[in-house]
Design a protein around this ligand. Structure first.
Ligand SMILES: [Zn+2]
Length: 191
């Protein structure tokens, strides 16, 4: 080995030894950065959870939802699944009454606004009241859609599109499994 290279190596090593203090500072800074990242992640998660709590009146743990709902209801309402088209119990259902949230009983749609969209899911041209549902922009599956959730429990209902009939031009495309039904005579239908 060339003597110059050895000299340089020794110098470099002694420099490293001399700069232990410097290395310590670097290590401490790295540690501080890692701690900061963790703290900010945790506080973001905390804020998210708190926002969810603030947003919905009915707020249950996932375990409680699993106990209350069937596996299919849980998959659609809580995990934003979609039932297979033309399989839902309310797709061809036209009795007068009110459709409620299968998660919390919130009254969502009335039969008078239901129409046959031919898409395989129950469709309504408007919600019973704007305050009954909440719209969330949904970027899943490479599309930009407007998701509809129950405003009371946050349960996933379906999506709303702007290709519906008059008078609103809207099409609320809703999973049957997210809904229950109250017949007109046993409901508080406002008409
Ligand atoms: Zn609900």
């Amino acid at each position: 080995m060339n003597i110059e290279v050895v000299k340089t190596f020794i110098q470099f090593t002694s420099y490293l030894n001399l700069s232990n203090h410097f290395k310590m500072i670097v290590k401490l800074n790295l540690f501080a950065i890692v701690v900061l990242i963790f703290t900010s992640c945790n506080s973001n998660q905390k804020n998210k959870n708190e926002n969810m709590k603030d947003t919905f009146e009915v707020n249950k743990s996932e375990e409680d939802w699993k106990k209350q709902l069937s596996a299919e209801q849980y998959s659609v309402l809580r995990e934003k699944g979609t039932e297979r088209p033309f399989t839902g119990k309310f797709e061809e259902h036209y009795e007068p009454g009110i459709y409620t949230c299968a998660g919390c009983g919130n009254e969502l749609f009335q039969s008078a606004t239901k129409f046959d969209a031919g898409c395989g899911w129950p469709s309504f041209y408007e919600a019973l009241d704007k305050s009954k549902v909440k719209e969330i922009t949904d970027y899943s599956h490479g599309m930009k859609r407007t998701e509809i959730v129950c405003a009371k429990c946050g349960g996933h209902l379906g999506h709303v599109f702007d290709d519906g009939p008059k008078p609103t031009g809207l099409r609320y495309c809703i999973n049957s499994v997210s809904l229950d039904f109250k017949k007109k005579d046993s409901s508080s239908l406002k008409k």
